[in-house]
Design a protein around this ligand. Structure first.
Ligand code: SF4
Length: 414
């Protein structure tokens, strides 16, 4: 049986693409092996969002080339002319993200057992949680971001396509993802709340979660839909910065007041959690801008924050901005923000102790006899049990913190 492995760098959108590639290959009779093991086809799903991500992507492609005879490079690195692509072995095959459904053709028929190819390739691989890419590209052109240049204009799948794929995935939880997910349906005069409402109406036992969303086009009707227990009360609402001056220079398309308005509405949803991305060291960021960001983080109940140091991307507008922030200042700001983010994360976990949440049981923990789960409001949980519980959704009481996780106990009746 031919084999493949996938290594994924970068965001949820890339993870969703890797999931789809795996489904197609599994459907064609391939066997998946862990990355690092020899395999007939080694896939590296690259990310170019920062210079460091670009460097790591090229490094993983070179590692993959040592492990298998065929290497496929996909993700943003495969969509770019320069960057990662210039630094990979010449034998690597390029698979731009919008051509991922052509993976079988790309790697050639020699690995595909005849008669076993599937047209769409959506097989059940992970009945606990599946990521589904429903939107591609971006029209926002944030000044630090290379994505619109490598992923093209915003476009989205139709609601019928999404429903069909949700049903075929057969997962307990489906995470809807996209490059600019809030822009879903815009080209047809629809919005993301229309889609979620439709999915909740047309499905029965599936729980939905939104992947990362941008504040500018986020439909406020979504907060009403969060009254349905099948829509997770969790938003990864990307902020990037809390200084309006910096948000404008980033060309983000909203100000802090708009962002905070969404946060206040989310806080009306019982138990809801808020996570975000923040960037430090954007060109021209002053001490005052940074303190504005720290102040906003202190007074806002973020459950988790991903902190990104600004990284200059050739080809973006911000790379040409004056007043690039000194590396030592950038690192010091990043460290301060990381420490605050850690305190916020622990505070949110503590607040949730004693509450009852719906947990999705996902995989075996490294701790013998325990399973890893995720609550509807995105807390990492540990429950006693074994692999037979995978994919179950249970009401659980959150008992105590154990390292980075929370020990949860199913409520009576289970
Ligand atoms: S919204 Fe901004 S950061 Fe996000 S993909 Fe589009 S341009 Fe990049």
């Amino acid at each position: 049986m031919p084999s493949f492995s996938i290594h994924t760098l970068g965001c949820r959108a890339n993870q969703a693409d890797s999931e789809q590639l795996a489904q197609i290959l599994l459907g064609a009779g391939f066997q998946e092996v862990a990355f690092g093991q020899p395999a007939d086809c080694q896939i590296v799903n690259t990310c170019t969002v920062t210079r460091e991500a670009d460097r790591k992507s090229a490094q993983m492609v070179r590692r993959a080339a040592r492990l298998g005879e065929q290497v496929v490079v996909t993700g943003c690195g495969a969509a770019q002319k320069g960057g990662t692509w210039q630094r990979v072995p010449s034998t690597a095959l390029r698979l731009p993200p919008d051509q991922r459904d052509q993976i079988l053709e790309k790697i050639g028929a020699r690995h595909c057992p005849s008669g076993e190819r599937l047209e769409r390739g959506w097989l059940r691989r992970d009945r606990a949680r599946a990521l589904l890419r429903i939107q591609e590209g971006c029209d926002q052109f944030c000044t630090f971001c290379i994505v619109p240049y490598v992923r093209g204009r915003a476009r989205s799948q139709t609601r019928e396509w999404v429903l069909q794929n949700v049903l075929e995935l057969g997962a307990s939880e489906v995470v809807l993802s996209g490059i600019h997910l809030s822009a879903w349906g815009r080209e047809r005069g629809e919005d993301l709340a229309d889609l979620v409402e439709y999915l909740l109406q047309e499905t029965r036992d599936i729980r939905f979660r939104l992947s990362s969303v941008e504040p500018d086009l986020f439909p406020e009707r979504m907060f009403e839909l969060m009254g349905d227990p099948r829509l997770c009360p969790h938003l990864h609402l990307v902020l990037q910065h809390a200084s309006d001056r910096i948000l404008e220079r980033m060309h983000r398309g909203y100000d802090l007041a708009h962002y905070d308005g969404l946060v206040q509405k989310l806080r009306q949803v019982p138990g809801a959690s808020l996570t975000t991305d923040l960037m430090v060291g954007f060109p021209g960021e002053t001490d005052q801008d940074f303190e504005t960001m720290m102040g906003y983080v202190r007074r806002t109940p973020f459950a988790r924050i991903h902190v990104f140091p600004y990284s200059q991307r050739p080809g973006t507008a911000a790379a040409r901005f004056p007043a690039q922030v000194d590396e030592a200042i950038l690192q010091a700001r990043r460290d301060r923000l990381l420490r605050l983010a850690q305190r916020k994360q622990v505070a949110f976990q503590r607040e949730n102790l004693g509450t009852v949440r719906e947990a999705l049981i996902e995989s075996e923990s490294e701790r013998q006899g325990w399973m890893k789960a995720t609550s509807d409001n995105f807390l990492p949980l540990l429950l006693r049990g074994g692999p037979a519980m995978r994919g179950l959704r249970l009401r659980c009481r959150l008992k105590r913190r154990w390292g980075e996780q929370i020990v949860a106990v199913p409520e009576e009746g289970f």
